[in-house]
Design a protein around this ligand. Structure first.
Ligand SMILES: Cc1cc2nc3c(=O)[nH]c(=O)nc-3n(C[C@H](O)[C@H](O)[C@H](O)COP(=O)(O)OP(=O)(O)OC[C@H]3O[C@@H](n4cnc5c(N)ncnc54)[C@H](O)[C@@H]3O)c2cc1C
Length: 86
């Protein structure tokens, strides 16, 4: 998804890829959260201690769904871009 968008930006410019950019902002952050959550689960109780980096990643990367704008704002922005065509 990210590579496809990077290629579109390169070939057609940032404006043409604006819907893809909005999608990545919430989709990639949610993938990141799911992957870290699964890694915590695989480690069991160890995953929620500070003996591995996982609890640090979990705490820090949860912010990825907020610090570049909340998911809801990106989804609303993407919906407006898609609906504009109609
Ligand atoms: C680790 C971290 C680093 C940051 N770094 C920066 C930075 O470098 N530069 C910078 O400018 N800012 C930065 N921020 C701030 C960040 O941009 C804001 O936290 C973010 O935009 C959300 O604003 P808020 O915290 O005021 O939450 P609010 O705007 O109060 O939103 C709270 C919640 O309400 C909901 N919500 C908000 N708006 C809508 C909407 N329109 N539709 C539906 N639901 C909505 C969402 O669920 C959202 O999570 C950072 C934040 C964090 C946590």
């Amino acid at each position: 998804m990210v590579l496809h968008t990077a290629l579109k930006i390169q070939e057609e410019g940032q404006r043409a890829a604006s819907a893809e950019i909005s999608s990545i902002k919430f989709f990639a952050a949610n993938v990141l959260q799911r992957v870290i959550d699964r890694a915590v689960q695989v480690h069991g109780a160890l995953g929620v201690t500070d003996d591995t980096l996982l609890s640090y990643y979990y705490r820090e990367e949860r912010g990825a769904r907020i610090y570049d704008g909340p998911d809801e704002v990106h989804k609303a922005s993407l919906a407006r871009k898609i609906l504009k065509k109609y």
